[in-house]
Structures are given as structure tokens and as C-alpha cells.
Design a protein around this ligand. Structure first.
Ligand SMILES: C[S@@+](CC[C@H](N)C(=O)[O-])C[C@H]1O[C@@H](n2cnc3c(N)ncnc32)[C@H](O)[C@@H]1O
Length: 212
């Protein structure tokens, strides 16, 4: 049975059936799901730039999503984004009803259990996230290099070794890993900007495709 989802709208949390989210998402040309979205600012900018896309941000903690979700609920002429929605939900507890929704799943600068899920990796959690994707949906993970070293340790090795280690586990989670590489890059999200204030931003980028 499908449970309900906690939609964040400013200070309010509303219970919504997954069927409502599905119906909304299906009306759009493309669906982006950002897991561990934080303050949701990157997703907000994406939603404003692409009104024909549906952007769904998920985070275990509602607090950081409040400000942007409040802004998104305004009229579009005043900065609103009717194609943007935020859910308070942990990657470990994704309910039934969100399957086959996303064309693109992003996990950007994860920390805590989400960081462990992508790097250790935690196959059941990754499988739950992958289920949100349509067949061949792009899975994009960006971990800043210092968080990567802290999580994996000094013997982490290079991106090729990371790919070799992750590939079989990701396949068990329903994700075909296509590449892992390390790159100096411009910041995309709020957290990446924060990291760049202290040092050059280097990210480990992990790309894959959802297998069905
Ligand atoms: C460093 S912040 C990055 C936020 C945003 N992606 C960015 O780059 O600005 C990591 C985010 O992951 C969320 N997070 C950590 N573990 C999670 C989990 N298991 N499920 C969902 N979100 C999680 C945290 O609440 C936090 O907002």
C-alpha cells in the first residue's frame, strides 16, 4: 500500500498521496529528482530556467528547504516555480508510488548516510533511489574531493579504481556505472559554493544509467 508523502511548503508540511506527485510529474516533458537537495537553491534555479521540467527535491531534513519552497509557491511573476516540489524524506525510506518518475537523478555533495550509501555503497538504499528513475535515467553523483577522502580514507585510490570497486555493487542496485572521474569545476550548488570559499572545488563525479 502507498503511504503519504510530506510536502514542504515554507513552514507547513502537507501530506500528499504519491499518486498526486505522479500525476503532476507526468504532465511535464522531463523530470529531475535531486536527492539530499539541502536548501534546494540549485533545483529552484533549474526549475525557473526550465518551466517545462518538473523538479522534485528530496531531503531527510525539512529545515533547509523551507525558504526556497516558500519562494517557489509565489506567483511565477514574483519568483514562483509551480514546477518545483520538495519532499521531506530520507533516501532509506522512499515509499512505493514514486517508481519510474525521473529522467535524471542527482545526488550532489551528499553527507552522512547518503554519502555512505553512494560510496560504501549501501545497495538497498541505492536500489530504492534507482527505482525512482525511468529506464536509462541518468544518475549523477558529485562528491567533493575532501568529503570523498574523509569517507573512503587515504587509500581511496583514483577514480578508475573507485569505478572498478563500485561497478558490481551499483549493478546489484540497478545502476549501470558509466564513468567515475575527478575534476576541478565551478560550483553548482550552495554546498559546492561553500567548499569553494575555502579551497578550489574538486569533485569526484560518478555517472550511471538506471537499469530496468
Ligand atoms: C552537504 S548537504 C548538500 C546539499 C545540496 N545537495 C547542496 O549541494 O547544496 C547534504 C544534504 O544531504 C541530506 N541527507 C543526508 N543524508 C540523507 C538521507 N539519508 N536521505 C536524504 N537526505 C539526506 C542532508 O540533510 C543535507 O541536506
Amino acid at each position: 500500500m502507498e503511504g503519504t508523502l510530506a510536502v514542504v511548503r515554507g513552514r507547513l508540511i502537507e501530506s500528499v498521496a504519491p499518486a498526486n506527485i505522479r500525476r503532476t510529474a507526468h504532465a511535464f516533458a522531463r523530470v529531475i529528482v535531486d536527492v539530499g537537495t539541502g536548501d534546494g537553491r540549485w533545483l529552484y534555479r533549474t526549475a525557473r530556467a526550465h518551466p517545462e521540467w518538473f523538479c522534485l527535491g528530496l531531503d531527510a531534513y525539512a529545515g533547509m528547504m523551507r525558504e526556497v519552497s516558500r519562494r517557489a509557491s509565489r506567483d511565477p511573476s514574483r519568483g514562483g516555480a509551480p514546477n518545483l516540489c520538495f519532499l521531506r524524506i530520507a533516501a532509506e525510506t522512499l515509499p512505493a508510488g514514486l517508481e519510474d518518475l525521473a529522467d535524471h537523478i542527482s545526488i550532489l555533495c551528499p553527507w552522512g548516510s547518503l554519502l555512505r550509501a553512494v560510496l560504501v555503497p549501501d545497495v538497498p538504499v541505492l536500489r530504492g533511489v534507482a527505482r525512482i528513475g525511468k529506464p536509462s535515467a541518468l544518475m549523477e553523483i558529485r562528491v567533493n574531493a575532501s568529503a570523498y577522502r574523509a569517507a573512503v580514507g587515504p587509500d581511496a585510490g583514483d577514480a578508475t579504481r573507485l569505478c572498478r570497486r563500485l561497478q558490481p555493487e551499483y549493478a546489484r542496485a540497478g545502476i549501470a556505472l558509466t564513468s567515475c572521474h575527478t575534476a576541478a569545476t565551478d560550483p553548482r550548488t550552495s554546498w559546492e559554493r561553500r567548499v569553494r570559499r575555502r579551497r578550489h572545488l574538486v569533485v569526484v563525479q560518478i555517472l550511471g544509467l538506471v537499469l530496468k
